[in-house]
Design a protein around this ligand. Structure first.
Ligand code: HSE
Length: 347
């Protein structure tokens, strides 16, 4: 049985859902995959909880979550005021799961967490897009010199497999273009506006109530979350180093109900699309609302479901849909990366 010591930074919707999954699936993880993940430490804004060698007791963690208490209050293990940076300096573990909110100004505190973990040779599994979008090149260099690995499924549309399909399932094919509905919140809003005539504000509030919108929903509706995901997908699949200024980005705040109704009359449906296309040997990446023809493979992707479609030279068009946005879906993507790291692609 391989024990895996995990430090979880960020104990909001996604960090909590990840800990719940580890508890719910612990027998399955042992029996099917031969791994025994241990939550070695959990850190949030007010402090941390740190385990002895056996990991934090998952039943106590669940009770704490169910009672809405913060992590630093955990009996026997709580450390009020202790930061992620301090934990990563003092503790050794195998994996950092980075699930703090995305910060697109300086990537903090996630950048400090990720850099410290890589410096120790730990693997990093991130749901946080900030540091990977802002400091992609720097991170690649750190990975080269660290021995740690970086996994980012949860940052690239989470439960919808994007990188796995683009890297592994299309190996040997040339990808000519990628189109994706990569943000559940905006797809949810556009669907509710189109199917029920719901107004924008009500639909956004409903997406926030579902826990799928970003802490700052501007990231969703202005297209920034889609932009961040398509940048990472482009960088990973096409060996690029694109940053946020390389991508023309238009969100959905300018889409009116009349636009949606007009598109419907023409047999089309408006979706927020992140795309990557080769044009004159140059990779063009953009985010914009597009009126898709009814037979487009992404036209039937509704509510918080997402989708990605690859146009390839030798495999034709490959489309994956589903993987709706939810904290559990994001946590499931973190768990998938953990299994990829320790069971499928162990180096
Ligand atoms: N806010 C995102 C979405 C989830 O709506 O898809 C995290 O990327």
């Amino acid at each position: 049985m391989t024990p895996i010591r995990i430090i979880v930074c960020g104990f909001g919707n996604v960090g909590r859902a990840f800990v719940r999954l580890i508890e719910d699936k612990q027998d399955d993880l042992k029996n099917r995959y031969g791994i025994a993940p241990k939550i070695h430490a959990v850190v949030d804004i007010g402090g941390a909880a740190i385990a002895d060698t056996h990991g934090l007791p998952l039943d106590q963690l669940r009770e704490l979550m169910d009672s809405g208490q913060s992590i630093e209050r955990m009996a026997s293990f709580g450390r009020p005021g202790m930061s992620g940076a301090a934990i990563l300096q003092t503790l050794s573990a195998d994996v950092l799961v980075e699930a703090t909110p995305t910060n697109l100004v300086d990537g903090e505190p996630a950048r400090t967490h990720i850099n410290a973990a890589l410096k120790k040779g730990m693997d990093v599994i991130t749901a946080n897009k900030g540091p990977v979008v802002l400091f992609y090149k720097d991170l690649q260099e750190r990975i080269q010199s660290s021995g740690g690995r970086l996994f980012m499924s949860a940052a690239t549309a989470a439960a919808l497999p994007t990188l796995d399909v683009g890297k592994l399932c299309t190996a040997g094919a040339h990808i000519r273009a990628v189109e994706g509905i990569l943000n559940g919140t905006t797809n949810y809003i556009l669907t509710r506006m189109g199917q029920e005539g719901c107004d924008y504000t009500t639909a956004l509030q409903a997406a926030q109530d579902l826990g799928i919108a970003e802490t700052d929903p501007t990231l969703d509706v202005e297209g920034f979350d889609t932009r961040n995901k398509i940048i990472l997908i482009a960088n990973q699949l096409f060996d690029q180093c694109l940053g946020i200024t390389d991508v023309e980005t238009v969100g959905i705040t300018g889409v009116r109900r009349e636009d949606i109704e007009k598109a419907q009359t023409d047999g089309r449906v408006i979706k927020l699309i992140g795309s990557v296309r080769w044009e004159n040997n140059r990779l063009c990446v953009k985010v914009a609302p597009e009126a898709l023809e009814a037979d487009h493979p992404l036209a039937g992707v509704h509510l918080s479901e997402k989708g990605i479609s690859f146009d390839t030279d030798s495999m034709g068009r490959i489309t994956v849909t589903g993987g709706h946005s939810s904290p559990t879906g994001a946590a499931a993507a973190l768990l998938k990366d953990l299994l990829h790291a320790y069971c499928f692609y162990r180096e």
